[in-house]
Design a protein around this ligand. Structure first.
Ligand code: MN
Length: 148
């Protein structure tokens, strides 16, 4: 079930976040600044009818060759790309969400362990790569994001 993990973690009677009903495919991306228990940035790409999502603790790099950790998290609904607001304390991800950047992208390359996109955001522009790496952490959720 798409979005099963996303919905299981949330109580939509209490959180203003979208439940995820839209199905159309678009090629947009968003970076949201999420001031939760730890401030981080969420990088989301519309792929496969959902927003593929990564939490980037130090933010998406704006300079080439700077590599940042990006931890893959559960798929989010497409509507999440326009979400800004306050998630109540005590709820999953409690804190504030603000859009830091958004725009369209083109998919240049995609394998199981690598995604290359051309971003056309207000702040982020150009080719970016996400590369999965496996260190001690064997979950496969750890990626690096870099501007090419
Ligand atoms: Mn987050």
């Amino acid at each position: 079930m798409p979005l099963e993990d996303y919905r299981a973690k949330r109580d939509f009677a209490r959180s203003p976040e979208p439940e995820g009903k839209r199905q159309a495919e678009t090629s947009n991306f968003v970076v949201q600044e999420h001031d939760a228990s730890h401030l981080h940035f969420d990088f989301r790409l519309a792929l496969d009818g959902v927003l593929k999502s990564w939490a980037v603790p130090k933010g998406v790099p704006e300079e080439p060759k700077v590599r940042r950790l990006a931890v893959q998290v559960e798929d989010h609904p497409l509507e999440y790309a326009t979400f800004e607001g306050s998630i109540p304390k005590g709820e999953y991800g409690g804190g504030t969400v603000k859009i830091w950047d958004d725009g369209e992208f083109s998919l240049k390359e995609r394998t199981n362990d690598k995604i290359v996109v051309e971003l056309r955001g207000r702040r982020l522009k150009g080719a970016y790569a996400l590369v999965r790496f496996k260190g001690k952490e064997q979950s496969g959720k750890n990626w690096l994001i870099m501007k090419l």
